[in-house]
Design a protein around this ligand. Structure first.
Ligand code: SF4
Length: 354
């Protein structure tokens, strides 16, 4: 299935995909990550950098890990839903995917955190479908309706190399959880053809520890959400059980693997953990609990992006408590909590607020 590739349709899609971050340097208000000049790519630290997956590729371990993940699709447990679908035989799981790969787009994206963007943009690859059912999803045509194009693993590897040729700062796989096997196979093929950009794993945070173990030494930058402070909110608004406990265990494992995200001298982050939290109206996200947990369980200098861009897309208007944007007071309250809990590396946004 082809998605709209030009004109208004493309611009609409670009806008929607941009809502995943909107943390541009111009929009960002925090001092820690603002740079006097944009980070450069292709020189200095970039030239010296070797992605973590390169070593596993050379030893053959990357292909072995990819194959192990691939076999798990026969009774799929690649995400915590563990729904058991035989995707290899064409059965769709709760994420509505089989083993057939569908990609919405691949292109440089300038709306991510500035340390992931540089001059060339973050090399995003948007995978279609999702294991969540967020009622406010700003990408619902992609995540729920599955808009996108069927592609082979070889083509996915080609997309990664395309993004490298375009000068992107990294390969940023968006909504990767149900596609981890495909990503590792493609990464192995692309590494053989010269890929050397950092891999950014841009996830809803709801990950299995045994899958994360397969990603140890593969992922350079983990970019998870910590969406919900309570299991009830995760169930009600994203349709998943046990969100905080599962995600918090995942965040600890991600931090163990890659540590605190710190920019290189050129301003780009090539390794580490960046946590995103979207503040919601009427405190429904449990922002206070989320920020307190981060402060108490991860280093205080953990990079936390406290996001203000919430907009009531998709079916949000069926829930009156989230049927509007944030107020200034709601967002300021969240930032104050982050400071009170002692977090020292908080990125804030200056999106229009009510
Ligand atoms: S990735 Fe999809 S098919 Fe696999 S367990 Fe999760 S929801 Fe089921």
């Amino acid at each position: 299935m082809m998605h709209a590739g030009s004109g208004g349709g493309w611009r609409r899609r670009a806008f929607l995909e941009g809502c995943a971050a909107w943390a541009t340097a111009a929009a960002a208000g925090d001092s820690a990550a603002n740079r006097e000049s944009p980070p450069r790519t292709g020189e200095g630290p970039a030239a010296a950098f070797e992605p973590r997956y390169a070593r596993l590729h050379r030893s053959g371990a990357l292909r072995e890990r990819a194959d192990r993940l691939w076999r798990r699709m026969a009774k799929c447990d690649l995400c915590p839903r563990a729904c058991g679908a035989n995707r290899l035989e064409g059965e769709a799981g709760l994420c509505r995917t089989t083993a057939e790969l569908v990609v919405s787009s691949h292109r440089p994206h300038f709306g991510e955190e500035p340390e992931l963007v540089g001059r060339g943009g973050s090399g995003t690859i948007f995978f279609s479908y999702c294991n969540f059912r967020c009622v406010f999803c700003c990408n619902w045509e992609i995540s729920q309706r599955g808009d996108g194009e069927k592609v082979s693993v070889e083509r996915l590897a080609g997309m990664m190399l395309d993004l490298q040729r375009m000068g992107c700062a990294n390969i940023n796989v968006v909504t990767p959880t149900h596609r981890s096997a495909h990503i590792l196979r493609a990464l192995d093929a692309a590494a053989a053809r010269g890929l050397r950009l950092p891999l950014v794993y841009n996830t809803n945070g709801w990950e299995r520890p045994d899958v994360l173990a397969e990603l140890d030494g593969v992922v350079d930058v983990y970019l998870p959400d910590h969406k919900w402070g309570s299991a009830e909110a995760g169930q009600k608004y994203s349709g998943v059980p046990d969100y905080p406990s599962i995600t918090q265990a995942a965040l600890l494992e991600m931090h163990r693997q890659v540590g605190v995200a710190r920019p290189d001298p050129d301003g780009l982050i090539r390794r580490g953990l960046i946590v995103r939290h979207l503040v919601m109206p009427n405190r429904v996200a449990g922002t206070r609990e989320v920020l307190r947990w981060i402060a108490e369980h991860l280093p205080r200098e953990t990079y936390v992006n406290v996001m203000s861009q919430y907009t009531p897309y998709y079916r949000a208007r069926e829930h009156p408590e989230i049927a509007r944007r944030l107020t200034r007071a709601e967002y300021d309250e969240a930032v104050t909590w982050a400071r009170e809990f002692g977090l020292t590396n908080v990125r804030t946004q200056r999106m229009p607020l009510l």
